[in-house]
Design a protein around this ligand. Sequence first.
Ligand code: AMP
Ligand code: MG
Length: 413
Amino acid sequence: MLDVKAAREIVLQHCLRVDPESLPTEPVAIEECFKRIIAEAVVLDTDQPPFDRSMRDGYGVRAQDVKKVPALLKSVGEIKAGDFSSLDIKQGETVQIMTGAPVPGGVDAVVMVEHTERIDVEQVQVLRSAKAGDNIAWRGSEHKAGELVIGAGRTISAVELAVLASVGKSRVKVFRRPAVGILATGDELVEVDEIPQPGQIRNSNSFSLYAQVLKCGGLPVMLETSQDNASDLARQVKAGLENDVLLVSGGVSMGKYDLVEPVFKELGIDIHFESVSMRPGKPTVFATFANRFVYGLPGNPVSTFVAFELFVKPVLNRLQGLQAAALCLIRGVIQDEINEKSGRTAFLPAKVSSRSGKTKISPVCWKGSADIFSAVGANGFLVVALETTHLKSGDEAEALMFEELEFESESQF
Ligand code: AMP
Ligand code: MG
């Protein structure tokens, strides 16, 4: 059976067939592009700063006039942020200037207001000497017009938004969000607002997948649950193939009514693997249909969840122009004893926290692949490698993160 690494390698190879140049893009208003992936290179439209700018509230001076202090100077005006002054300061003169205001001619240093004393309307006493350039950011001293500030393929977060606004990009070209069909299968499934009759359970996978898809930037498309018969399933899978990615959950085990693989085959969907040596998530199916990515995810809720993190995420990243991201793995110290007899790579729900730079991995008490309930509060999976059967408390191991690392409170400053 394929191990997780080899299975991911297959998925990543198929990701590489997606040419970022050919991905659809769309223009989006700046307010709407948070967390989208930018599809254009952004360059500075002006030097930064765009004019010689005062970095302090104070007085603009000629440094040579304040070599010896105290120095009595004649105040010839005031410049606030937003002003543009054609003043030209002569020997013995000064001008009151605010943070962010353009520095006028003649001024080559700004003395902070705290180091001056206003004598009267006309006169200012400067109490500290200054060197040329003090408290002035010269035009272009930080960046030059035409410089690349954001490359295509970057996620737009708060900093990128500020940069986009600074260069006047009110509309931004971003990669289109891939549409992801979510298809639950199983005669036992009822909807969330129904009361399950004996033998029935509520469909929960569609909702975890929905959230996982959203979190990866995809557009979830909820499909009607399919019954466990080949014709219903084939009809629903066909409908689901309208999307860039189709996630089918359930129906991939060895049971008589696990019909996903036969239906995939019947529809000409190319299956690349149909099981992975992992626990949970062994019967994961990865397939493609032309340029569509198709998955048969194991029905048990935790299995579906893990399989998504390992095998679907890289595809959604790639379809949005991101590099297929490396796994979010973190090393830490296990807080419990683990015995793993499955002979497969195990992914055990765990709470992963950091305190004083040390990472702790605390596996939750978990009853197996159907037990999504115990995973509430977990933010990662302790990864028990293939060859490992026993881990003791205090051993180092890796966790695969699916939520942010938890930071235990401590005073740092
Ligand atoms: P299957 O692979 O279809 O045999 O499903 C394995 C287990 O997962 C069975 O106990 C199913 O009832 C359960 N299961 C399948 N689909 C879902 C779903 N959408 N939500 C919750 N549990 C499911
Ligand atoms: Mg089933």
